[in-house]
Design a protein around this ligand. Structure first.
Ligand code: HEM
Length: 498
C-alpha cells in the first residue's frame, strides 16, 4: 500500500453537527453576535466565549526537561523465560504480550526545539500490565552525569538558558562539568558520534539505574535493562545535523511517525544484565552509582523480549503530551534499589505530574492502568473516572472495600534488602575508578572517532572562559593522555590561549 500522510488523506467522513462544549448545536461558527452590524459583541454569545476561553487555556506547562518528544504505541513480547528471576506477571512466560506506549525525546530543548541537536535522548516506555503500569524511564546512554539527585536541578539549569541573556551558556555548561569530574563518562558519550542519533529509531535505550527483580519466593537480583535497537545504531554528522535543524527541526519525530504510518515498525531487543546481591562489593565501584556501567564481559546480556512500536497516537496532546512516565511506577516483581538518583526520581516524577497535569493525572486514559485503579483516593480537580462511585472511601470498612493482598513478593518494595550505617551526609568520593570506564570507552574508539570526539569538544569548550577550559582539560588528560592532547590541540585550533 502506498504511504499516504494523514494530512493529505481525503477527509470524507461526516463528523456530525458542531456543538459548544456543553453540547448545544452551533448555528454559526463564522460570525460573532453583535449589537447591529457595527456594534460591539454581545456577552450572550456563549459559543464565542466558550471558544475563546478554552483557547486561552490550551497550553499546559511543558515538561521541565525532555519537553520535545514523539510518542508511539506498541507491544512487548517475552522471548526468553526469566520467570525464575521475577514474579512480574507480564514476564511470566515466553510469548506473553503486553501493550506499551513509548515516548522518545531530547532533553534540554523546549517543546519547539530542533531534534538534531547534540543532546542525550530520553527513552520512556509504559508497560500496561495486568498488575498496573511499569514505566521504564531511561535514556539512550547507559550512564549518567551525576550520582546524587540534589545536583540534578543545578545540572539542568546549566544545560538550559542563562538567567539573564536567555541564551545557551557555554560557561555554565563547562563550569558545572569541570567541577564535577565524575561526569566524564557520559560527557564523552555525549560529545562522541552517539551525541546526535539519526532519529529515534536508530538508538538504544537504557534504564541506566540498577533496578531489582524480585522472584516469587522473595529472593532478588539486581538488574540493568537494555533496549537494543534492531534498526542498528545510526548517527548524524554535526554539520549535517545543523543543516537539518534548520530545514526539518522535527526530523526525528517525522521519521518515527512516517515509519510507523508506512508499516515499517521499529523494534528493540530487550535484555538484562543480572547481578547477584552477594557480588556487588566485588565490582570495584558502587552498583548504585549511575556514572558507571556494568561490564558486559562479566555480566552478559540476557534476552528478555522484544518491543515493537506499531501505532501512532490518534491525538498528540491527549496521548503523547499528557503521558506521564515515572520510575516509581513499578509492578510486583520489579523494585527500586538504593541508587540515590533513582530515589530522587521516585519522588520527582509523580510530583511534577501533579503540577503539569493535576492530581488526577493517573486517570487520564494514556496513564490509566488497564486493570483499573481500585483504592480510596477521591475527588481533586478533574476526577473523571466515576470517582469510586458508591464504593467505600475508607479502610478498614465493613462494606467490601478494596483490600490488600498480604502476599510477600507482590509489593514493589525490595524485600530483605540489607541496609546499614548511620543517618548523615555520605558523599561519593572521586577516585581513580571514576575514570576507568571512560578510558576503556575512549580506547575502543577508532582513530577517526577519537578525532571527531576531540573536535566536537574543542569546538564547544573553546566558547567557555579560559579558567574553565583550564579546569576541564585536565579531566580529559586524567581519562587518557591521548584524549587530553587531542582536546588541547583542538582548543588551540579554535583560538584558545590554553
Ligand atoms: C523527564 C526529573 C534523572 C530520564 C523528567 C521530568 C522531570 C525529571 C521533573 C519531567 C517529567 C514530566 O513532566 O512528565 C528528574 C530528576 C532526576 C532525573 C529529579 C535526577 C534526580 C533522569 C535520569 C534519566 C531521566 C537519570 C535517565 C536515566 C527522563 C526521561 C524523561 C524525564 C526519559 C521524559 C519522560 C517522558 O517522555 O515524558 N525528569 N530526572 N531522568 N527524565 Fe528525568
Amino acid at each position: 500500500m502506498a504511504f499516504q500522510h494523514p494530512i493529505d488523506a481525503p477527509r470524507t467522513t461526516d463528523f456530525g453537527v458542531l456543538t459548544t462544549s456543553n453540547g448545544n448545536p452551533v448555528d454559526t461558527n463564522q460570525t460573532s453576535i453583535t449589537a447591529g452590524p457595527e456594534g460591539p459583541i454581545s456577552i450572550a454569545d456563549f459559543h464565542l466565549i466558550d471558544k475563546l476561553s478554552h483557547f486561552d487555556r490550551e497550553r499546559i506547562p511543558e515538561r521541565v526537561v525532555h519537553a520535545k518528544g514523539a510518542g508511539a504505541h506498541g507491544v512487548f513480547e517475552v522471548t526468553n523465560d526469566v520467570s525464575h528471576l521475577t514474579c512480574a506477571k507480564f514476564l511470566s512466560h515466553v510469548g506473553k504480550k503486553t501493550p506499551v506506549f513509548a515516548r522518545l525525546s531530547t532533553v534540554g530543548g523546549e517543546a519547539g526545539s530542533a531534534d538534531t541537536v547534540r543532546d542525550v535522548r530520553g527513552f520512556s516506555v509504559k508497560f500496561y500490565t495486568e498488575e498496573g503500569n511499569w514505566d521504564m524511564v531511561g535514556n539512550n546512554t547507559p550512564v549518567f552525569f551525576l550520582r546524587d539527585p540534589s545536583k540534578f536541578p543545578d545540572f539542568i539549569h546549566t544545560q538550559k538558558r542563562n538567567p539573564r541573556s536567555h541564551l545557551p551558556d557555554p560557561d555554565a555548561f563547562w563550569d558545572f562539568f569541570s567541577l564535577l569530574p565524575e561526569s566524564n563518562h557520559q560527557l564523552t558519550i555525549l560529545m562522541s558520534d552517539r551525541g546526535i542519533p539519526d532519529g529515534f529509531r536508530h538508538m538504544n535505550g537504557f534504564a541506566c539505574h540498577t533496578l531489582t527483580l524480585v522472584a516469587s519466593d522473595g529472593s532478588y537480583k539486581y538488574v540493568k535493562w537494555h533496549f537494543i535497537t534492531d534498526q542498528g545504531i545510526k548517527n548524524i554528522e554535526p554539520a549535517e545535523a545543523a543543516k537539518i535543524a534548520g530545514t526539518d527541526p522535527n526530523y526525528a519525530h517525522r521519521d518515527l511517525f512516517n515509519a510507523i504510518e508506512k508499516g515499517d515498525f521499529p523494534s528493540w531487543t530487550v535484555s538484562i544484565q543480572v547481578v547477584d546481591p552477594k557480588d556487588i562489593h566485588k565490582l570495584g565501584f558502587s552498583i548504585f552509582d549511575m556514572t558507571k556501567a556494568l561490564p558486559h564481559k562479566d555480566f552478559p546480556l540476557i534476552e528478555v523480549g522484544r518491543m515493537t512500536l506499531n501505532r501512532n497516537p490518534e491525538n498528540y496532546f491527549a496521548e503523547t503530551e499528557q503521558s506521564a512516565f515515572s520510575p516509581s511506577n513499578m509492578v510486583p516483581g520489579i523494585a527500586p534499589s538504593a541508587d540515590r538518583m533513582l530515589q530522587g526520581r521516585l519522588f520527582s516524577y509523580p510530583d511534577t505530574h501533579r503540577h503539569r497535569l493535576g492530581p488526577n493525572f493517573a486517570q487520564i486514559p494514556i496513564n490509566a492502568p488497564l486493570n483499573k485503579a481500585n483504592n480510596h483516593q477521591r475527588d481533586g480537580f478533574m476526577a473523571i473516572n466515576g470517582n469510586g462511585g458508591r464504593r467505600p472511601n475508607y479502610e478498614p470498612n465493613s462494606f467490601g472495600g478494596p483490600h490488600q493482598t498480604n502476599k510477600v513478593g507482590t509489593t514493589t518494595q525490595p524485600l530483605g534488602m540489607p541496609v546499614s550505617g548511620t543517618v548523615g551526609v555520605h558523599p561519593f568520593v572521586l577516585t581513580e575508578a571514576d575514570f576507568v570506564q571512560c578510558r576503556v570507552l575512549y580506547n575502543k574508539f577508532s582513530e577517526e572517532e577519537k578525532a571527531r570526539l576531540a573536535r566536537n569538544i574543542g569546538g564547544h569548550l573553546c566558547n567557555a572562559q579560559l579558567f574553565i577550559q583550564k579546569r576541564q582539560l585536565p579531566i580529559f588528560y586524567r581519562v587518557d593522555k591521548d584524549y587530553g592532547r587531542r582536546v588541547e590541540a583542538e582548543l588551540r585550533k579554535n583560538g584558545s590561549k590554553i
